[in-house]
Design a protein around this ligand. Structure first.
Ligand code: ADP
Ligand code: MG
Length: 345
């Protein structure tokens, strides 16, 4: 179960700060023309052609991740995805990241190599340059702060506040799997605590665990929308759960929303695992979070361009603000949506 088990254990102190930074970053190649200078000077130098997008996330061990079941390589990958997802949610392209870490002395060089192997893979897969960061010590485990930089043409940038009544509400991929993956891993952790010889039984949950440990930011969707000539009227990425993100869109756009329960896309493993765990799959999709899918609104006149696209599901439509934000259930009941899921009225 222990996610991180490495034979050699080189203490970080044996390298010194500069040796360590060089060791961790020297395999990263610059892939974007806009990066004029990356790691190695007092500051990186960029020349972006368009508007600049910047976003930051801070991940703290014990709060945002648990290294008992999160392999460090996956953590590195996911930490980058979380940030890239925010750039794509602005309808932009991510081009650079900085990575700052604080590490306690229980981490070895091999552990940080794993973390940076995940960051490296993410940079390669998403064509993003690592251009700097900071390295310091911590008394309380591992902290990772990543800043992503991206660009978008002025006319392409998509805010949360542009949705209009009658716009269609669209979501990418499927929802709830990452949350269930976390439940599965938590359960294995408890079993392991009681019986350290137990082997994890994860075969039936591969998709769920993968969605939790190795999420992919939806860069592909930005391209698909461009090809379809669809510019969303508003967009947000799903980090906290569908329900909370819909409320953000509605609040900032000054509109209401009707969300249809029977339209929410769910993977078969989500449905079967919800049955097994005695959970409501709609609640899981609404409140689970960490899906890193995109949620956006489009003008009804763009319906023909997106209909039938297997990546996109229309799950509702926006309404006048005074109509409120509602879930329309399978039984055709109207229930007010709250950030936690829903509340009966
Ligand atoms: P300074 O003391 O001027 O802040 P540092 O010694 O902290 O410089 O960093 C030297 C170079 O290494 C800089 O380019 C910095 O951005 C980069 N760097 C430092 N820590 C990291 C890290 N954890 N990951 C990637 N780059 C880093
Ligand atoms: Mg520094």
């Amino acid at each position: 179960m222990l996610a991180y088990k490495n034979q050699s254990k080189t203490p970080l102190s044996s390298l010194g700060e500069f040796g360590l930074i060089d060791h961790l970053t020297n395999t990263f190649a610059i892939q974007n023309k806009s990066t004029l200078k990356g790691v190695g000077d007092d500051a990186a130098v960029l020349q972006l052609k368009n508007k600049t997008l910047i976003t930051t996330d801070l991940l703290v061990e014990g709060v945002h991740f648990d290294l008992t079941y999160m392999p460090l390589k996956h953590l590195g990958y996911k930490a980058v995805m979380v940030n890239l997802s925010d750039i794509y949610a602005m309808n932009g392209n991510a081009t650079q990241i900085t990575v700052s870490i604080a590490v306690s002395n229980r981490f070895t060089l091999e552990a940080l190599e794993e973390l940076y192997a995940g960051i490296h893979l993410a940079c390669k897969n998403y064509k993003v340059d690592l251009i700097g960061g900071d390295t310091t010590s911590s008394t309380t485990g591992l902290w990772i702060s990543i800043t992503a930089i991206g660009e978008a043409k002025t006319e392409d940038i998509t805010y949360r506040n542009g949705a209009k009544p009658n716009d269609l509400l669209v979501v990418t991929g499927d929802l709830g799997a990452a949350y269930l993956g976390l439940q599965v891993l938590e359960r294995e952790k408890q079993v392991f605590a009681v019986n350290p010889k137990s082997q994890p039984e994860l075969d039936r949950y591969t998709y769920l665990v993968e969605r939790q440990l190795k999420p992919e930011a939806r860069k592909d969707i930005i391209k698909i929308l461009k090809n379809l000539k669809v510019k969303p009227t508003a967009m947000i990425d799903i980090s906290d759960g569908l329900s909370s993100e819909i409320l953000h869109l509605c609040k900032q756009s000054n509109v209401g929303c009707d969300l249809y329960e029977d339209k929410i896309p769910l993977d078969q493993q989500v449905i079967s695992t919800c049955e097994e765990f005695n959970m409501n799959s709609t609640t899981v999709a609404l409140s689970g979070g960490e899906d890193y899918e995109l949620l956006f609104t489009i003008s009804p006149s763009d319906f023909d361009k997106i209909k039938g696209n297997p990546n996109l599901t229309i799950i509702g439509h926006m309404t006048a603000k005074n109509a409120g934000v509602s879930l329309v259930t399978r039984a055709n009941q109207r229930i007010e949506l709250t950030a936690q899921g829903w509340q009966s009225i």
